[in-house]
Design a protein around this ligand. Sequence first.
Ligand SMILES: C[S@@+](CC[C@H](N)C(=O)[O-])C[C@H]1O[C@@H](n2cnc3c(N)ncnc32)[C@H](O)[C@@H]1O
Ligand SMILES: [Zn+2]
Length: 280
Amino acid sequence: MKLKKREAAAVMIKDKFPHLLCSVCGEKLGVEEMTLICKSNHQFDIAKNGSIHLLTKNLKTKYTKDLFEARQYLMNEAAFFKPAIDEVIKYLSIQKRGVILDAGCGEGTHLAQVIESLEGFTGVGIDLAKDGIQAAARFYEQVLWITSDLAKAPVESESVDFILNILSPANYREFARLLKDDGEVIKIVPRSGYLKELRHHYFGSGYENEETVSAFYEQFDVKEKVTVTFVQSLNQQAIEALVHMTPLSWRADPEKVSSFKALKRTDMTLDVDILIGRKK
Ligand SMILES: C[S@@+](CC[C@H](N)C(=O)[O-])C[C@H]1O[C@@H](n2cnc3c(N)ncnc32)[C@H](O)[C@@H]1O
Ligand SMILES: [Zn+2]
């Protein structure tokens, strides 16, 4: 019989990832029925959709429900990012099995695709935006979805085999704490061609990633760097989703946002580096 989402989450914590910590006092959390509870009796319910809220305050972020729904459409149905995720899947398919923590997982499509494509991995997605975690939990089972801060993750030290960090902020000290000794970070950063058609329309210029890349090389022993460049033709629905899902639209001239949204079809470039580094 198929377990309900919250029961499945409780089983997953007990069997595969018994490493969550109380976000009030830092003690280890145990599972009792559908509640996580620490020694000092701080309690966190597992929601009906299986997600867990481990922030002590409710934060309002610029990443809203609408943004995550648009992002989910572009990543899942339009498969815009899939060529990059396929490279991550190819890399992981020949690694030892273990826990993958997606730090800044957003609406969850990338981690869900990885976990659904590979046997034997446990997926944990964390994001500061509750709306992202809700969108993830609504659509994707098999992964533990947690609202929390990646800079202060309520997760035991040395309990994670791989950290995924895709177009999201990073906290390398925290990543090193979370990783096992032979653990690895898989970080995806945009390259100069990433969304260049949109960037040029909005700002008349591209993007440089040198600082982000060199900061990664300082912190980790880089094992591999894979570049993925792929041009796709987007239809009107995908163009609208792209405009709504990207933070680039926040600082663009509203008239330029509208004129881009009115396009019927356009090419759009995916251009990213996948950096794979071991803990030093
Ligand atoms: C550009 S989105 C990328 C989301 C997802 N990785 C993707 O590629 O679709 C950046 C994400 O980082 C999350 N984020 C920003 N600061 C964070 C923090 N301190 N802890 C956890 N997540 C954070 C945001 O909520 C947002 O979902
Ligand atoms: Zn506690």
